[in-house]
Ligand binder design. Structure first.
Ligand SMILES: [Zn+2]
Length: 120
């Protein structure tokens, strides 16, 4: 079991999912008002007055939730806290974990040696 580091944990994604759900709830409530107005559960005027603000609010909240959900991959991309090969946590700014950093250096050296010999 690997310990998760703070930047790689999908905090924003979890919050974003909750916010999107809340936005959908508000949208559903907004959609309920004209129906309720038609059905006579609330006064038609009340239904009309609440529909647009609630629909706008629900839509805005949903978009905020979408943006928060997109923030996680963006943050991960910026911090690059994962090994490009095995996905293990790395030091900030490192593309590979220690093992793969060494392996990559060895491979690069072997490769240059090969091409050097082949060239002669
Ligand atoms: Zn690795």
């Amino acid at each position: 079991m690997r310990l998760e580091t703070a930047p790689s944990r999908p905090i924003f994604g979890c919050v974003g999912r909750r916010i999107r759900f809340f936005g959908l709830l508000v949208l559903a409530a907004a959609a309920w008002f004209p129906i309720a107005g038609e059905a006579g559960w609330v006064a038609n005027v009340t239904g009309d007055r609440w529909f647009l603000p609630l629909a706008g609010l629900g839509g805005a909240v949903f978009v905020v939730g979408l943006l928060l959900g997109a923030l996680d991959p963006a943050l991960r991309w910026m911090s690059r806290g994962r090994c490009a090969r095995c996905g293990a946590a790395t030091e900030r700014g490192q593309v590979y974990c220690l093992d793969h950093l060494k392996a990559t250096v060895h491979e690069a050296r072997d490769h240059t040696r090969e091409t050097y010999h082949r060239g002669r």
